[in-house]
Design a protein around this ligand. Structure first.
Ligand code: TXA
Ligand code: MG
Length: 357
C-alpha cells in the first residue's frame, strides 16, 4: 500500500485547483501514477516515456501486459516526437481537425524509441488522443510529457466515471487522484486505424461511425461486431478480447422489437431467479422503470436521449455490486449512433450472453 494523494478541483480557474493540478503534474514527472478526469472516463496516467512508471499502471490495474495503452497529448505539435514522419495522411488530419480534442483515438506507426515499449505492448503502432477536458488538458500541459492512460479501474471492472469509482478500485495503489467530478461522454474513446485507405473502428466509443462517415464521406468504414473482434484477423484493439466492465453478479441481455414481450420475458426470468434465492437486478431506462419488480431496478438514462445512457452506464453497473446483486437482466438498445458503443460495453459486461426475442 502507498498513500494516494487526493485533490478536488473545480473546472473553473481557481487558484487551489491550479495548485492541485501543478502538484499532480509534478507527481507524473517524478514517475508516479495519477488518475485524472477526461471527457470519457477517468484515466490512470503515467509518463509514457518511463518504463518504471508505465509498469506501475499495469501493476495497479492488474492489466494483462499484452494490452497496449492510449497515449494522451495536449496538442498536435507533440505528434512529431511520437509517430513516424509521413505516416499522417490527409485523412488523419481531417479526423484530428474534426474530433480533437475529443473522444477519438487514432492508431499510428510509432516512432521507434520514443515511448516505453510497454505502452505499445510490443506493437509497431501507438494509439493517441487529445482529451476534451479542461483538467486533463491543463495536467498534460504542465506535465509536458506524453501521458499513457488506460481507464482508471481495476482490470475487468466497469470504467470509472466518478473519482469515487477510482478510489473504490485503486486507493492505496496509485500516487494520486484528481477529482474533477463526473466525466461527460461516459464510455471510452473510439479507437480507429486507417489501413490501405480504409478505416477500421477497433473499439466503438464516443465518436460514432456516422460522425466519422460525415467527415470522410468517401471512406469505407468497417465496424467489427464485438463477437467478430475476438476472432478477426483484421487490425484490432488487443483489449477487446478481454471480459470487461462486468458486475460481480451473473448478467445477461434481453432484446427484441416488441417492448411488452421483452418486459414480460424479463419479469418472468427475474421472478424465477428470485424464487431460486437469487438477489435480483434489472438494468433498464427511465421510460420503463415503473414496469419492473426486482431487488434493484436501475434506470440508466433515457431511450429518447441515448447519450444519457452512455453517460450513466458504468455507474449503473457498479450499483449492482454495491447492493450485492447476484442475478442481473439488462435491456438492450439499438445499435445506431452511440448505441453501438453502449451495446459493445453491455455485451462485454454480460460475457456476450444475449437473448433475442
Ligand atoms: O476514453 C479513453 O480512451 C480512455 C481515457 C482514459 O482516455 N482510455 C481508455 O484506455 O479507454 P484503455 O487502456 O482502457 O483502452 C485502450 C484500448 C484498448 O482496447 C487497447 O487494446 C486499444 O485501446 N489500443 C491501444 N493502443 C492500441 C494500438 N496500438 N493498436 C490497437 N489498439 C490499441
Ligand atoms: Mg479500459
Amino acid at each position: 500500500m502507498i498513500v494516494t494523494t487526493y485533490w478536488h478541483v473545480e473546472q473553473s480557474e481557481q487558484s487551489e485547483s491550479a495548485q492541485a493540478i501543478a502538484e499532480a503534474a509534478s507527481l507524473l514527472r517524478q514517475g508516479e501514477t495519477v488518475a485524472f478526469p477526461t471527457e470519457t472516463v477517468y484515466g490512470l496516467g503515467a509518463d509514457a516515456t518511463n518504463t518504471e512508471a508505465v509498469l506501475q499502471i499495469f501493476a495497479a490495474k492488474g492489466r494483462p501486459s499484452d494490452n497496449p495503452l492510449i497515449v494522451h497529448i495536449a496538442d498536435t505539435t507533440q505528434l512529431s516526437g511520437l509517430v513516424q514522419p509521413d505516416s499522417i495522411t490527409a485523412h488523419h488530419q481531417a479526423l484530428m481537425k474534426a474530433f480533437w480534442p475529443g473522444p477519438l483515438t487514432i492508431v499510428l506507426p510509432v516512432l521507434a524509441g520514443s515511448l516505453s515499449p510497454f505502452v505499445t505492448a510490443g506493437l509497431q503502432t501507438v494509439g493517441i488522443r487529445i482529451p476534451d477536458h479542461p483538467v486533463a488538458l491543463q495536467l498534460l500541459r504542465e506535465a509536458g510529457l506524453p501521458i499513457a492512460a488506460p481507464s482508471a479501474n481495476s482490470s475487468g471492472r466497469p470504467s470509472p466515471t466518478w473519482a469515487s469509482h477510482v478510489r473504490e478500485d485503486l486507493d492505496g495503489q496509485i500516487g494520486g487522484i484528481v477529482d474533477g467530478g463526473a466525466t461527460g461522454v461516459g464510455v471510452e474513446s473510439t479507437v480507429i486505424q486507417l489501413v490501405e485507405g480504409e478505416l477500421y473502428v477497433l473499439r466503438p466509443g464516443g465518436v460514432t461511425a456516422e460522425q466519422l462517415q460525415g467527415v470522410l464521406p468517401e471512406m469505407r468504414i468497417h465496424v467489427a461486431e464485438p463477437t467478430e473482434v475476438a476472432a478477426a484477423d483484421t487490425p484490432r484493439a488487443p483489449g477487446m478480447k478481454y471480459t470487461h466492465y462486468a458486475p460481480k453478479g451473473h448478467m445477461h441481455i434481453v432484446q427484441g422489437d416488441d417492448y411488452r414481450e421483452v418486459s414480460a420475458w424479463i419479469q418472468r426470468d427475474i421472478d424465477a431467479a428470485k424464487a431460486r434465492g437469487e438477489s435480483t437486478g434489472i438494468l433498464t431506462f427511465e421510460e420503463r422503470i415503473s414496469g419492473y419488480r426486482a431487488d434493484l431496478v436501475v434506470a440508466c438514462g433515457s431511450l429518447s436521449q441515448p447519450e444519457t445512457i452512455a453517460r450513466e452506464l458504468y455507474a449503473a453497473l457498479r450499483t449492482f455490486d454495491h447492493k450485492g446483486i447476484s442475478y442481473i437482466v439488462a435491456e438492450g438498445v439499438s445499435d445506431a449512433g452511440i448505441g453501438s458503443a453502449i451495446m459493445n460495453r453491455l455485451l462485454k459486461a454480460a460475457g456476450h450472453e444475449r437473448i433475442r426475442l
